[in-house]
Design a protein around this ligand. Sequence first.
Ligand code: ADP
Ligand code: MG
Length: 339
Amino acid sequence: MTTSTFVKLDGIAKRWNGQLGVEGITLDIPEGSFTALLGPSGCGKSTTLRLLAGLELPDEGQILIDGKDVTTSAASDRNLSMVFQSYALFPHLSVAENVMFGLKVRRVPKQERLEKLHRALEITGLLGYEGRKPGELSGGQRQRVALARAIVAGQRLCLMDEPLSNLDAKLRNAVRKDIKKLQRDLGITVVYVTHDQTEAMSMADTVVLMKDGHIQQVGSPEDLYSRPNNTFVAEFVGAPPMALIESTALEGFGDDKTIGIRAENIQIVPAGTGRMRCKVNESEFLGAETLIGLDHDGTSGLCVLQPGLSLMPEGDEVEINFDDGNLHVFDDAGKRLAG
Ligand code: ADP
Ligand code: MG
């Protein structure tokens, strides 16, 4: 992957009648990278993508694509393709006609259209389906048609807004891998919107985590997981989420901090040897491991993972231990302190 910036958002803000969409969005997106815009519903992911696409105009800030200022350019002048949650396929057109629709509109010669179609269907595993109508395809195949359509557009930048949320879990996993492979093979720059942290963490080189119209953290999946900027990031990224403990519940941390700890860093230990005494509040078999939820005053989301099937009765008392080196310390505003 190269590190030269392909897309630049600088101080972007968008409001509707004073109501905030996004604010202070500044981002450098390297060429050939996969960037995920992640966050809960309403945090401004789609707004950011639509601003980048030219479907909305910002109130403040500047947008550059490939070094060119496109802040006020029409969507059609931005040289990008888009894939949305709803496939937006024409129901009365065949797979081939749907994929080639844009090329036809742009009066690309027929021979070239057919070559591009063949290549796109090959890449998306849709050869043989040319003549089918969208109604004769599964959800996953329809999403592939939408991908094929984006591929034939031949643009170096592709924007995707929750393209997999209509698919069932198994299919979502498969298409996730397809998209990732496509992006790598074609070397295109993808900006991908999702509210699903697993999706963002598994696909993206860079994750941009947003909340209430503002960026909370930009980094690799590993950065966000192991060095969350604040308690929001700590709780949003990772499954199970990081547990948060009031510093007063632990010795030596003062009384105005929040301490974070992940399940994999907590051990259940024999009585009399632990740092904290807890009560089991739930026990959930996940397959390879069992998640044991724990209650203790001043904590939220405390849990521990035990190998295999190891359910524990609700209400049981256990003691837990953890190393200081695995703790994350946040100030009274929830901001990460050094370490
Ligand atoms: P996300 O995609 O992260 O779920 P959106 O970007 O769609 O969130 O929305 C961000 C915020 O902007 C929300 O509060 C939403 O209500 C608001 N918003 C989005 N589009 C419009 C619009 N066209 N008019 C008014 N408010 C909007
Ligand atoms: Mg959205």
